[in-house]
Design a protein around this ligand. Structure first.
Ligand code: FES
Ligand code: FES
Length: 184
């Protein structure tokens, strides 16, 4: 298979259907950033830092390792789906209120990892929160304030401002690739 060959894919990025083409060896991080999704951070590019975390069909994955072709037909959620400066998601607001954002480079990944946790365990305790954040390297906060922010959000009983697990595009199967899930 030629390295220049391009394969058609259909993504649903934050609820928006998008058709594009990818090379067989492309990883999702570079494809998303090439599509303008710059909230997905480029860190180590080797699966170590977690900064590139996005949700694929609601599950956190490392986009720098995840094959772009494997996301065909799937729903991709970036931090842009949570809220925006004029209408923050309550979890984002909790991060700000608790001083959990310093340089901010890890923050999109932390928020998405937390959202994935809370989708399956809305009453997550501190231990579960720490486990959920363990894959995201933060050089600034020591994790104390992000954990406090998420715990405070859980205690508040607030609801998400936006869905973080949009349905796959119509007419496309949720799973199209038998490949393993590196970084998943
Ligand atoms: S960029 Fe560091 S884990 Fe993906
Ligand atoms: S806030 Fe700077 S890396 Fe986490």
């Amino acid at each position: 298979m030629s390295g220049e060959e391009r394969l058609p894919v259909v993504y649903q990025i934050n609820g928006r259907r998008l058709e594009t083409t990818v090379r067989p060896g492309d990883r999702l991080l570079r494809v998303l950033r090439g599509l303008g999704e710059h909230s997905v951070k480029y860190g180590c590019d080797t699966g170590e830092c977690g900064a590139c975390t996005v949700l694929v069909d609601g599950e956190p994955i490392l986009a720098c390792l995840y094959p772009a072709i494997r996301a065909d037909g799937k729903a991709i959620t970036t931090v842009a789906a949570l809220g925006h400066p004029d209408a923050l998601d309550p979890l984002q607001a909790a991060f700000l209120a608790h001083g959990a954002v310093q340089c901010g480079y890890c923050t999109p990944a932390m928020l998405l990892a937390a959202r994935a946790l809370l989708a399956r365990d809305p009453a997550a305790d501190t231990a579960a929160i720490r486990t959920a954040l363990a894959g995201v390297l933060c050089r600034c906060t020591g994790y104390v304030k992000p954990v406090e922010a998420i715990a405070a959000y859980v205690a508040s009983g607030a609801e998400p401002a936006a869905a973080t697990t949009p349905a796959p595009p119509e007419g496309r199967p949720a799973l199209r690739s038998p490949a393993p899930r590196p970084g998943g």
